[in-house]
Design a protein around this ligand. Structure first.
Ligand SMILES: Cc1cc2nc3c(=O)[nH]c(=O)nc-3n(C[C@H](O)[C@H](O)[C@H](O)COP(=O)(O)OP(=O)(O)OC[C@H]3O[C@@H](n4cnc5c(N)ncnc54)[C@H](O)[C@@H]3O)c2cc1C
Length: 325
């Protein structure tokens, strides 16, 4: 039987462990915390089947200048961490030319087409249906010209990739979401995506499924990984674990470990922050406010606000300035 250690129990690690297990592998999943307590906990909870185009890096000087001067809420950066990001950002820039972005979109759209179908199987097997809503989410636009432009792109995506949406004018939007004023230009309601009321809870449910199917879940530090004559070894709360293969799914911490073994992964680390608000009216569906660079989602703990990206180092102290906007 093939064996693997999966390092990192976020959404990516837990799903990888389950898929290897389904293919008959013996799998040990190792995390320094409980599964699903980092990035896979604090996100906006959208299973984005409509996101057929990867986000290109902005290339127009006006947007770049606004980011550089700290005038946008969707991207902020820490000056001290910029040298670490310079190489990956240059590659991101290079790969964001219209032709390269088109190429990336064709590859990416083929993957994203499986997003809800792949989760569906896991959700059912993990009995996690209570965490899922299959009703899409909305993209709010505060500027009529930006809404028109977004509708044109949505129509292109519908034609080329079959994603579905509905346009709501300001009044329809306020009727659907009474929290909002009725004088906004409107929103795009993406109909295909699913949303999760507790993203960390979904990872825990998948981890529970992995254990029920015979997988081993242990606490341990990935930094203890060493190469052996027959494969790989790592120290865990259950002692030293050996396997023929190792999968590194440490999210933003992956490049740090892989560097030790000679791999230089050009990752732009985009940290985000979240906060829950309780009391008062809630939202019907998650809403992304494009102009202000944040998302709000009705979740188990209240309305969750998630911010745009902060370019920083993985273990830098929290600076949740974007939550204050
Ligand atoms: C604000 C925000 C909103 C987002 N919204 C969405 C969304 O709506 N939809 C969407 O699809 N994506 C969204 N994302 C992105 C998504 O959350 C991430 O792509 C995803 O969670 C990454 O999962 P992961 O398993 O790679 O990483 P993580 O969830 O970070 O998992 C990495 C794991 O590695 C472990 N680890 C780290 N170092 C060690 C070590 N030394 N030893 C052992 N274990 C270690 C950690 O404890 C952690 O459990 C959002 C991200 C942010 C920041």
């Amino acid at each position: 039987m093939q064996s693997a250690i999966v390092l990192g129990g976020g959404m990516v690690g837990v799903s990888t462990a389950l898929h290897l297990q389904r293919r008959g592998w013996s799998v040990t999943l190792v995390d320094r915390k409980e599964p699903g307590r980092e990035t896979s906990y604090g996100n906006a909870g959208i299973i984005q089947s409509e996101a057929v185009r990867p986000y290109p890096m902005p290339r127009d000087p006006a947007t770049l200048a606004r980011i550089a001067m700290g005038r946008t809420n969707d991207v902020r950066y820490r000056l001290a961490s910029l040298p670490q990001h310079a190489g990956p950002l240059l590659r991101y820039w290079w790969n964001s030319t219209p032709e390269r972005h088109r190429e990336a979109t064709l590859a990416w759209a083929r993957l994203i087409a499986y997003a809800t179908a792949e989760h569906d199987t896991l959700i059912r097997d993990a009995h996690a249906d209570n965490l899922i809503r299959r009703a899409g989410y909305r993209l709010l636009h505060r500027d009529p010209a930006a809404l028109e432009q977004a509708i044109a792109v949505a129509e292109e995506n519908q034609r080329d990739f079959g994603v579905t949406f509905r346009v709501l004018d300001g009044r329809e939007l306020a009727k659907a979401e009474p929290l909002l004023r009725d004088d906004l230009p409107g929103a795009i309601h993406w109909l295909g995506p699913w949303t999760v009321s507790d993203p960390g809870g979904l990872v825990s449910a998948y981890a529970g499924l992995f254990e029920r199917l015979g997988g081993t879940l242990l606490r341990g530090d990935a930094q203890t990984l060493t190469e052996t004559t027959s494969g790989w070894s790592v120290d865990t709360s259950g002692g030293r674990i050996d396997a023929a293969h190792v999968v590194v799914t440490l999210g933003p911490w992956s490049p740090q470990l892989l560097r030790k073994f000679g791999y230089r992964i050009p990752l732009v680390r985009k940290r985000g922050y979240h906060m829950h608000y309780q009391g008062g009216r809630s939202l019907d569906l998650p809403l992304v406010d494009t102009a202000n660079g944040y998302a709000m989602a009705p979740m188990a703990k209240g309305i969750r606000i998630t911010t745009g990206a902060e370019l920083t180092s993985p273990d830098a102290p929290a600076t949740p300035i974007q939550l204050g906007y």
